[in-house]
Design a protein around this ligand. Structure first.
Ligand code: G3P
Length: 217
């Protein structure tokens, strides 16, 4: 399973990259705003800065919601760097745009996906990634992980090449469960990745190893 980090924070992206296990980055307009990145030029420079830190795919989301606008913005984003993946919302014009980008060899990430039907459409349009938001489904008492499971089943039935990018991952157990189900990618905060390191028996065991080592000196 690929590990993407879901942030526009350069320090956190660097930290995850330094761990040596990072495969890419996802951003969205809310994450950019959270870092205070506003204005077209700043946003463009920020995407370029992210691409300089990581080796893998970097999702950059369009703001337009009409076909012509999505194409114009998406083509400009794709030209910024060869790691840029154009993130397009799951709407009618978004699906048309994903098909257009796919025919042109531009990578896409279909975002704001909350149902299997939406995921089928994204795959039919040729999306590189589909982003079901599992945390937001959990927030409304719906099983987010179940959606990943169902999309996995349908994609495997038809050998769709679109990669399932489990998004809106909130914590470490989401990461583990996504791996069990067979999500191709997960994107979450740095804490969800670092949480994988932790086990109390590791800490207790290490403490004892070091204490015994020093005792025998
Ligand atoms: O990048 C999209 C998605 O991961 C958002 O997550 O935590 O805002 O639901 P969240």
């Amino acid at each position: 399973m690929k590990f993407f980090i879901d942030t526009a924070n350069l320090d956190q992206i660097k930290e995850a990259q330094d761990l040596g296990i990072l495969d890419g980055v996802t951003t969205n307009p809310s994450l950019m705003a959270k870092e205070g990145i506003t204005g077209e030029e700043n946003i463009i420079n920020h995407y370029k800065a992210i691409c300089e830190i990581v080796d893998g795919d970097v999702s950059a989301e369009v703001i337009a919601t009409d076909f012509d606008g999505i194409i114009k913005e998406g083509e400009a984003l794709a030209k910024l760097h060869n790691q840029i993946v154009v993130k397009v919302p799951m709407i009618k014009d978004g699906i048309k745009a994903i098909k257009y980008f796919s025919d042109k060899g531009i990578k896409t990430n279909c975002t704001l996906v909350f149902s299997v039907g939406q995921a089928i459409l994204a795959a039919k349009a040729g999306a590189t990634y589909v982003s079901p938001f599992i945390g937001r489904l959990d927030d409304i008492s719906t099983d987010g992980l179940n959606l990943i499971e169902e999309i996995r089943l349908v994609y495997d039935n038809y050998m769709f090449e679109t990669e399932i990018l489990a998004a809106s991952v909130r914590h470490t157990m989401h990461v583990v469960d996504c791996a069990k189900i067979g999500a191709d990618v997960m994107t979450g905060p740095l804490s969800s990745i670092e949480g994988l390191l932790k086990h109390p028996l590791t800490d207790i065991g290490l403490e004892k190893f070091l204490a015994d080592h020093h005792k025998n000196k």
